[in-house]
Design a protein around this ligand. Sequence first.
Ligand code: IMP
Length: 176
Amino acid sequence: MKQIGDRFFKPYIVRKQIEERIEALGQEISADYEGKEIALISVLKGAFMFTADLVRSIRVPVDIHFIQLSSYSAEQSTGKVTEVIGLNGLLAGKQVLIVEDIIDTGLTISVLHKKILQENPADIKIASLLLKEDVYSGSLKIDYLGFAIPNRFVVGYGLDLNELGRNWPEIYQVNN
Ligand code: IMP
């Protein structure tokens, strides 16, 4: 059992399961992209650990980019504006693979997909370690999925609770 503040977490997806699933994903990706080069876009901070392991299982050339989303409320506007930091206009004509840690409602990935589309890549595919499948209401296909999980809060292996827990080597689930 692990603790952050007053919340307790129990082991959920252990190291061996993560390793085996990522190796399988790497093989699938390598086969699908054979003869091509991947422009891989890792979404910070959560996807850093998944990315580090996934790229080691990919056997085709990979150009690795890191981006971060920042969302803020614009002064004159009621809605939230999401800014993507780190997109550099170098994706035109590229085979883009977005790498996410977790997809919940799908809002984040949908905003990101739209922004990347504006850079005119040849293709965009999505890899996510986790998907809360009962909550996901997006229309985008998740091309490479690690694990479909129920709607419970998870921490570890890059995922955080208030910025803590990202360094835990396995995935933990809230214990209540
Ligand atoms: P979405 O936009 O609703 O798909 O939410 C995706 C984002 O919410 C992820 O990139 C995470 O930052 C965060 N998130 C959603 N569920 C969890 C969770 O169980 N643990 C940690 N972060 C989560």
